[in-house]
Each structure stands twice: as structure tokens, then as C-alpha cells.
Design a protein around this ligand. Sequence first.
Ligand code: CP
Length: 317
Amino acid sequence: MNKHLLSINDLSAEEAFEILNTASELAKISDGPMKKLPTLRGRTVVNLFFEDSTRTRISFESAAKRLSADVINFSAKGSSVSKGESLKDTAQTLQAMGADAVVIRHGASGAAQRLADSGWISASVINAGDGTHEHPTQALLDAYTIRSKFPQFNQSFDGLRVAIVGDILHSRVARSNVLLLTKLGASVTLVAPPTLIPVGVADWKVKVSYDLDSVLKEVDVLMMLRVQSERMANSFFPSEREYSRGYGLDITRLNSLSKNAIVMHPGPMNRGLEISAESADSHKSVVLDQVANGVLVRMAVLYQLLGGATLIGEVSA
Ligand code: CP
């Protein structure tokens, strides 16, 4: 595996499955008496968040602590960034504190790559979401969640049918998931109004549909996306009501899914807009599994990137 995880393009299918397999091993260990592993003792993980986050920041913190790493949480709000300090000076300050890994979330697409390429720091860089570009650990935890619900796809996602629905245009989650799920062999359909489909989608290995109702019966996984109003300077649909009518998951649509289909959402959810409360809380929803699996998958990523001194097998033996 590379020194950094900036994009799903940094991983081969084999490396992605290796992360999922490591997460599965960690899940078994977590079910046992030893909740905390000594694997990254003496290492420092910095969470460098220039954008808001609940799930990603907390799960990286939890993952690092469960591997016994020291954790420094840095949020741009309340830091010297608000006094105009640059990314370079911020990064070099963290380097001086001895960071071994920097987990960065930033509003600018390419910020994680910039940090990794800059030479400002020697730490591994993990992209925790950069603008509308990518969110690779979200895609990995989504793949892990899918595999846990469909064990027949343990070695390959060949034959798995996934629909990703909603605000594709602004979604780094959609980009990373398209790259990962197709790499693993899944068939992916993007469903959205034409205004929320990115230019250049013809080059992606996906099908595109503007009609949610026509794809519902055909999918194993329905991944609903958040409408990212904060990234919408213009109007992309006539009204929230019309958006929900065309692309929201309500109880009628939920009931037309096949018996074993699952509903995913990366969170945070706009209940009543892209997903109804009934659908979000239904037995088909795996939203909370995604959150729980995020800790395991991020433990696996930290373990693989930082090359823990103690092997998991030795700890569990
Ligand atoms: N899915 C996700 O990235 O959630 P947060 O913004 O809460 O981290």
C-alpha cells in the first residue's frame, strides 16, 4: 500500500479487499476481551479538520485510540487558521509536534494531495473528504458494510447491483464509491435529476438514470445521498417538495425494493428531503452499521499505512 490514502485510485482491488479483510479481523478482536490493541503505541495521529464532521472525525479518533496511538484533534474553527494561518504553516506546526499520520478534511478539492505532495510534512496523509472530489475511507466502510450484508460477495462484487441516488454532482462520497465499487466488480447506476449529474459522467463506468422508480426493483443496494445545499450557489431543482417527489426515498419506494435489498446513507441525513424518517429507521436501513463499521475500517487503514509494530495475529493469539 502507498504511504498516503488520497483517492480510491491509490488502491488496487486486492489492496482494497486487504483493508476490508483487516477490518474483519479487527472486528473479531473487538468482540473479544481486548478492546484496545498496542499496535500503534508511540505513534501520533492528527485529525486536521477544516470542514465540519461528526462521523469521520470521531471514528478516526476512536480508531486511532483503539490502536493505542496518541491523537491530536485540530479543528480550523477556534484555531489560528481563523487568524489567517496558511495550510503550510498549520501543517508544519503539526509536523513539529511529531505527527505520523495526518487525517485531513478540507473544503478544497485536492487539498489532501497538496499536503501529501508539498514536502511540508513527512507523515502519511489520509483524505477524510476534500471538497467535491473524494472521501475514500467512506467508500471503504460502505464496501465493508455491503460485504457484511451480502457474504456471497466476499471475494468480488461481481453481480452486485448498486444505485447511488441524489446529489451526485457535489458528492465526494459518490465519486469514491463509483471508483471503488466498480473496481471491485459491482454494477453501479447513478440516479439523479439531470442538473445533479456531473459533466463527464460518460467517462465513468456507470449507467445513468433519471427515473428512480424504474431502478428500485433491480438493485441490491440503494445508496441515498445528502442534498448538499451548502455547496449549491444556484438552484438545481424547482423546490424541495419536487425533489422529494422525484428522488426521495419514501415508504412506497422502500416497499418496492426487493426483499434483501439494503438502504445506505453516508450521513448526515436530511430527513424528509432525500430520505423519509420511516425509511431511515426501517429494517432495511444500515445507516448505523455504516457508522460502526467506520471505526473498524479506519483502524484497518491506520494499521496498514503506519505498519503497526505488533501484528494483529500476535495480539489475538
Ligand atoms: N459521512 C461523513 O463524512 O459524515 P461526517 O461529515 O459527519 O464526517
